[in-house]
Each structure stands twice: as C-alpha cells, then as structure tokens.
Design a protein around this ligand. Structure first.
Ligand code: NAD
Length: 485
C-alpha cells in the first residue's frame, strides 16, 4: 500500500469551511491517500494584525508538505491587507496558474456547449510586482516586467501540460505588435520552446483579436498560454463562457510547491447555510490528486462528480426548474457524489487522468535557463523630467547646452509620442517628458558620462524623476523607439 501524501489544508472564510468539508469527505470516501495538516488563513488572521493573512508558522507546514489545498478567504475591507494569493504565489514560487474551463452542456447552461479550454497563465511577473510610482502631478507609472527565464518556464509548462493531457494545440496571446520587446520576448520564447514539440500545433494571436475569437468561438482553442495580466482577465472570461465560474478549480504550480483552489471567492452572504456548491474546490482537489500522483483517485472523484451533474443533482447556483432533478445543499451534494464513486458519466466525457499520466513525460515544471548571454553595451540614457511648460522647443533649448562630453540630445517624447525634433502641434502634452540622450560616436557611453549629465541637469534646475539606461545587446537596441520617430 502506497504511503499517504502530506498536504496542508486551509478551511478559509465564508463558505470555505463548508465546501472544504464536503471536498475532504468525498476525497476520503474515494480512497485518496492523504495526511492532512490544517493551517489557519484569512480574515481572522488579518484581523489579528497579520497583514499577510497567514501565521508565520504556517509557512513551515507549506514548506514541509509542498501541497496546499486552500478554501477561499475574505480579505477585510480597508487598507493595509496584502493579498494572500499574491504572497503565496511569490513566496512559494508558483509560476503557473492553470485553469481548465469546460462546458457541461446540457447539464449546465452555456452558449458554448463544446468548450474545453485550459488557460495557462504566467503567475509571477508582468505588472503583478506592484511596482508603481506617481512621478509628477499628472503622471503615474506601473512597471511591467517580463523575463526570459520566466517566459521559458511558463511556455515549457504549457507544452508539457498539453502533451501530458493529450491536448493538440497551444495558442499564445500577446500584444507584441505594440510591446515589441517585452511581449515580443514572451512570443519568441513560445516559438522557441514550441519548436521542440512537433506533435503539438502552435499558433499566436494578438491578445485583442484573440480574446474576441475566444469569446465568440472558444471551441477553436485548446491550451492558451499568456502573460499574467491578460491571463488574469481571460481566465475569468473563459470560466464565465463555459458557464461555470462556480464550478471551476485551478492550480498554482511551482518548482517545489503547488496550491489548489476554487476560482470563486468566499461568498460571505451564503456562508453557514449549507447551500454553497463545493464543485470548484472539488475540481481543484482533483487537480491536486493528479499532481501528487494519485490519478486513479482523481478519475474516480471527477467521474462521480460528472455523473452527479448528469443525474440532475444540483446546488442552487446550477439548479434549473425542469432540467435539474433535485435541488440539494452542500452536504447532500457531497453525499450524492460519494454515492456515485465508481460510476462514470454517460454523456459527458469521462476523466482519464490515469491513462494520460502513464503516457506523460515527467518534465512538467522543469526549470531551465536558455541562452540569454549577449554582448551588452551602454549607448545612452533616457532621462525623464517633470517639466511644467508645454513647450518642447523650450525644453530642448534648456537641454542642448548640457550635452557636452560626447553626448547628444536625440529626441524628446511626451507619453511616448515624439515631440522634438519635428513634433506635431496637435500632440497632447503632459508634465511628464522623456529626453533621449545618446553618445555622439559609435563607441559605447560610460556610466560616468551619464552621472555628469544628470549633475548638469540638476544644476540647471531640471526636475529629473527617473532615468533608464539604453543598452544594445549584440549590437541590437534593447529599447523602443519613440512613436512617430
Ligand atoms: P464570490 O466569488 O465570493 O461570489 C460571487 C457570487 O458567486 C456571489 O453571488 C456568490 O454567492 C456566488 N458564489 C460564489 N461561489 C459560490 C459557490 N461555491 N456556490 C454558490 N454560489 C457561489 O466573489 P465576491 O462576492 O466578489 O467576493 C467575496 C469575498 O471573497 C471577498 O472578500 C473577496 O476578496 C474574496 N475572494 C477570495 C478569493 C480567494 O480566496 N481565492 C477569490 C475571489 C474573491
């Protein structure tokens, strides 16, 4: 008999304790081999004055078990509370968020009866570092970070997932027609990694038109891999399209830890009434069983659950007069699933994790650093200024005399649009300016030249709010040009 696998469980807030109990009852009845450690997270912990919403000691349990089955929590109103999900993702290095969005038509109403899409969302980078600044009276900034190893990990994960789960196609969404460097990197790595999977179809869509296509024809997609912010938005859209926000589970996968949950929140208004649907958390637990190497039990649970749906045994959120046979509460729903363990659905596709797992290459989550070393040279600097006058010519007039020492003013932009030289009078101007300074020779610029330039700018009374060094990599610019440049 195989050993029990230690997992960490949190019952959460609102409907959390009820749906967690229902889920654990089903897992126990299905014969899941688990050794559970319970930790406390959420509202009570926040209100004890711990801004992360988790006791420091609870991390030890997570580090030990490396598997976290988490019920939804309530984040108290008011400032100062940190999102537990964001903290867990960052601290545990959970770089992949995986959300299967499946239609269960005709048992659950949807406009897209055959939809079966898995969203693989990058989970650590992009704007979620929360690196933001107010720079001038008028301007704010949010830093969007996309790295090569981050892009490689998530794209590798998406292709490995597709292969392991016998999916035929991986689609990448980016906006690399605009963000040629950051989204361009994500797209390039998608193509590079994808080339190693000749058995899997690959396609790339610009995220705007791709989203429109997803909303209109989700059947056209299989696995979709995308950067964090697009993934955040589109994974909710996809779950809603499938008709099943209350039914979807998700996993957050890292190199050494993984977290499994429902996609919905703690629904405080439904708490304590034995009405909530435990399906989202249960499907999260099914993903967990696959992850910890118990795919047969995952099949048993998932198929009994599908059969329960087919039999019309529904909680209030899915129940429809005339279509459903019985409206049940949380506990009764769990009992109905338990009564069907060993059965399979008759119309819906049965789950087949066990056979998929035996075909799988066990490379999911493998980390790798691709070749990213290139010859890097400093060639200039973008100096951002807070400058109140709406006169580009006046600004260039102030800057030109400061361009000694082998440096030259290349251009001035306002919100990315070039306004000097040869700007258009129609361009809207804010108090936030970028002045691009390059070396006046082909030779690289020295950091000391930039430091001296900044000193001259400060002495001239210019308000420098930030700088961005300009580098070339193997001679190719590592910075974008100005619009209309
Ligand atoms: P919610 O997902 O809790 O509820 C949205 C709607 O869906 C409500 O009408 C609710 O009654 C219904 N609903 C949700 N889950 C259900 C279920 N299992 N069965 C039946 N009906 C269900 O979203 P919300 O109301 O915006 O957020 C409530 C709280 O949850 C907030 O404090 C929010 O911060 C938190 N939240 C937590 C998580 C998480 O822990 N992962 C995720 C989202 C929201």
């Amino acid at each position: 008999m195989a050993a029990n696998i230690p997992i960490t469980v949190a019952y959460g807030d609102g409907i959390g304790p009820e749906i967690m109990q229902a889920t654990l009852d089903i897992l126990d009845a299905a014969g899941a081999r688990l050794e559970r450690e319970v930790i406390e997270i959420g509202e009570k912990v926040y209100l004890r004055g711990i801004p992360e919403g988790i006791e420091p000691g609870a991390w030890a349990s997570l580090r030990r078990t490396r598997v976290f089955l988490k019920a939804p929590i309530t984040t108290p109103q008011g400032g100062g509370y940190k999102s537990l999900n964001v903290t867990a993702r960052t601290i545990l290095g959970l770089y992949a968020n995986v959300r299967p969005c499946v239609s269960y038509y005709p048992f659950v109403q949807t406009k897209h009866p055959t939809m079966d899409v898995v969203i693989v969302r990058e989970n650590e980078e992009d704007v979620y570092g929360g690196i933001e600044y107010r720079q001038t009276a008028q301007m704010t900034e949010c830093l969007r970070l996309i790295s090569e190893p981050g892009s490689r990990k998530i794209n590798r994960y998406a292709f490995e997932y597709a292969r392991k789960h016998q999916r035929k196609k991986v689609t990448c969404f980016t906006k690399d027609n605009i963000m040629k460097i950051s989204d361009g990197l994500f797209h390039r790595i998608f193509e590079e990694v994808g080339a190693q999977y000749p058995d899997i179809e690959k396609e790339h869509w610009i995220v705007d038109i791709g989203s429109a296509k997803l909303a209109d024809t989700p059947e056209a997609f299989d696995v979709i891999v995308l950067p964090n912010l697009y993934g955040d938005i589109l994974s909710d859209v996809a779950a809603q399209l499938a008709g099943s926000v209350g039914l979807a589970g998700s996993s957050n996968i890292g190199e050494s830890c993984a977290m499994f949950e429902a996609i919905h929140g703690s629904a405080p208004r439904r708490a304590g009434q034995d009405v909530a649907n435990p399906s989202g958390l249960l499907l999260g637990a099914v993903l967990m069983l696959v992850h910890i190497g118990q795919p047969e039990t995952a099949d048993r649970v998932h198929n009994a659950w599908l059969r329960t749906l087919e039999d019309g045994v529904h909680t209030y959120d899915v129940y429809r007069e005339g279509k459903s046979s019985r409206k049940v509460g949380t506990r009764e729903f769990a009992q109905a699933v338990i009564a069907r363990l060993g059965q399979e659905p008759q119309k819906l596709h049965p789950a087949r994790y066990a056979s998929a797992a035996s075909n799988a290459l066990q490379r999911e989550g493998s980390s790798e650093n691709g070749p990213s070393e290139a010859r890097k040279e400093l060639v200039g600097v973008d100096v951002f200024l807070d400058f109140k006058s709406a006169e580009p010519a006046r600004l260039s007039g102030l800057l030109q005399p400061l361009m000694a020492d082998g440096l030259r003013l290349n251009m001035i932009t306002n919100r990315g649009a070039k306004v000097w030289p040869d700007g258009f009078p129609e361009t809207f101007l804010t108090d936030h300016w970028r002045t691009r300074v390059l070396g006046d020779k082909a030779s690289p610029v020295r950091a000391a030249q930039i430091a001296l330039l900044l000193g001259r700018m400060a002495e001239a009374g210019l308000d420098v709010i930030k700088t961005e060094n300009l580098y070339t990599f193997d001679g190719k610019p590592g910075y974008s040009s100005g619009q209309a440049e």
